[in-house]
Write a protein that binds this ligand. Structure first.
Ligand code: SF4
Length: 506
């Protein structure tokens, strides 16, 4: 029989402050730990101790400068940091949860959005099948389910289009993300894009991206997108190697990928980007080199290069345990493949347009990426969409039923939100410049934002990082540049920088 544990009043108050969506999970973990240690009462100290073990890189980390240091026991690229960010991006740590979720949109919708650049993010949470490496899979593609979803998506778009917030200023980017937006039918693309073109204030040079798979993205769908203003595509190819693709749950063969990409590039009407991943099981150095050569030969404009990051929820983890798949690359192998990609793209004179992005032509503008890297306004629409509304970071309803129910009642379907206490411009600029330009000048950043002393504040940490090989830093001029090791560890490096900054501000 499971032993019962109770929560002290203070511990209850602490857990209520964490985002509602993860509260049950944290509760379960803390109670499990208490039972294992034969504790009958959970105190706030015990809660803090368990949370620190669960989230060593967040606000709970111990407060001394050494905890932000880069390690120096091996080569810089293999050493990493004492505290690791396991997610793909750094998260702001001056955020606190918002309880009055229903009150957010009525407040935001009537205000002016003062952001200089704004984006609209539209989420399509359907995929034909789950890729083995994915931890974001939501729902299986089904004609009827998508058709009904588009009805509600249109209702949400129409409701938002009427708001003062949406009308205040032009949108500079629209991003269809997923899931697999390319699973929409041609008429669904026409319906959504037609509405955006008619009723939304889109900048004349608005970047409109559709992301997805090449599989099933036929000529009619391509025409529906291109004839209605889409000017950028982002395809998750991941690898051109047919065998690796098959093992990762992707259906198209290498030749078919080339065919589809050729159909798109020959139109000359849109900027085309492709995602590649290194570190897959059995992806040898020769296969990885071929992937990089193939992406360039395919004639696309740019490529995003990611390293395989596995969450426990991705099927690959289970299949490796069951012996169905071989083990993915070790950190040493990943570091080697990352260096190989730097060498290859530098050799062909590709232009680096972000920590994970290389451009082969001058067509890539990275507008959506840059708005999101600089923490700008990103209005989320759709089930499971996330974004930034003023000082709020919000996540919309994850269940299709709950989403539809809210929209039917003309409510913005926000499921979770946090608010930034500072909305610090200097930190948003710092993160944006590092992730897009791989460097910044801290003195110049102080001048631009009116926040003096940024260079002095960060200097003690940056000196250690420079000694550890993560950055090149000149304290006299304020120039800070990421090294290749710093780029490889960027999500952790930027999280540590934000955490350190906030810690010093308190
Ligand atoms: S298409 Fe994208 S979102 Fe869908 S399962 Fe594959 S990786 Fe995940």
């Amino acid at each position: 029989m499971s032993k019962t544990v109770s929560w002290e009043k203070d511990a209850e108050a602490v857990i209520r402050k964490i985002p509602r969506m993860i509260q049950p999970m944290v509760r379960r973990k803390v109670e499990k730990r208490a039972r294992a240690l034969n504790k009958k009462i959970i105190t706030s100290d015990f809660l803090t101790e368990v949370r620190a073990k669960m989230m060593p890189s967040s606000q709970t980390k111990s407060k001394n400068i050494e905890s932000f240091y880069a390690k120096t026991d091996r080569s810089p690229i293999l050493s990493g940091f004492y505290t690791q960010n396991k997610g793909p991006h750094a998260g702001m740590c001056d955020m606190s949860p918002v309880d009055d979720l229903a009150g957010i949109w009525p407040k935001v919708s009537v205000t002016d959005d003062s952001a200089k650049k704004r984006a609209l993010y539209i989420h399509i949470p359907f995929c034909l099948a789950r890729c083995k490496f994915c931890s974001f899979y939501h729902s299986k593609t089904d004609k009827q389910a998508i058709s009904s979803y588009v009805t509600y998506l249109m209702k949400e778009l129409e409701m938002i289009a009427e708001s003062n917030y949406a009308k205040t200023a032009p949108f500079h980017a629209v991003y269809f993300g997923g899931g697999t937006p390319t699973d929409l039918l041609p008429e669904e693309f026409m319906q959504i894009l037609g509405h955006l073109n008619r009723y939304w204030n889109l900048a004349n040079d608005c970047e409109i991206t559709v992301e997805g798979r090449l599989f099933g993205f036929n000529d009619d769908k391509i025409a529906a997108c291109l004839d209605n203003g889409v000017n950028r595509f982002s395809f998750g190819v991941q690898s051109f190697n047919t065998e690796i693709r098959r093992k990762m749950g992707r259906v198209m063969k290498r030749e078919q990928l080339f065919d589809r990409l050729k159909c798109l590039t020959k139109t000359g009407k849109a900027n085309i980007s492709v995602d590649l991943i290194y570190g897959f099981p059995e992806q040898t150095d020769a296969i990885w080199l071929d992937d990089m050569q193939s992406v360039v030969q395919s004639g696309v404009d740019s490529a995003s290069i990611y390293r395989l990051k596995l969450m426990n929820s991705s099927p690959i983890v289970q299949q490796v345990k069951q012996g169905i798949l071989s083990k993915p690359a070790t950190i040493e192998k990943q570091a080697q493949q990352f260096s190989a990609s730097n060498n290859y793209f530098r050799t062909i004179n590709a232009k680096r347009t972000g920590v994970t992005h290389w451009s082969f032509t001058n067509r890539e503008r990275c507008i959506y990426n840059s708005i999101s890297a600089y923490g700008g306004s990103c209005l989320p629409v759709g089930c499971g969409a996330g974004g930034n509304l003023g000082k709020y970071r919000v996540m919309q309803r994850m269940s299709l039923e709950n989403y539809a129910e809210k929209v039917k009642n003309r409510k913005k379907p926000i499921a979770m939100a946090s608010i930034s206490s500072t909305k610090s411009t200097e930190i948003a600029l710092l993160n944006g410049e590092l992730s897009l330009s791989l460097g910044t000048n801290l003195k110049e950043l102080s001048r631009k934002t009116g926040k003096s002393g940024l260079n002095e504040l960060l200097e003690p940490l940056l000196r250690q990082w420079a000694d550890a090989g993560m950055v090149n830093y000149n304290a006299a001029t304020g120039l800070l540049m990421l090294t290749d090791a710093g780029v490889f560890h960027f999500p952790t490096l930027s999280q540590n920088l934000l955490d350190y900054y906030n810690w010093k501000q308190r």
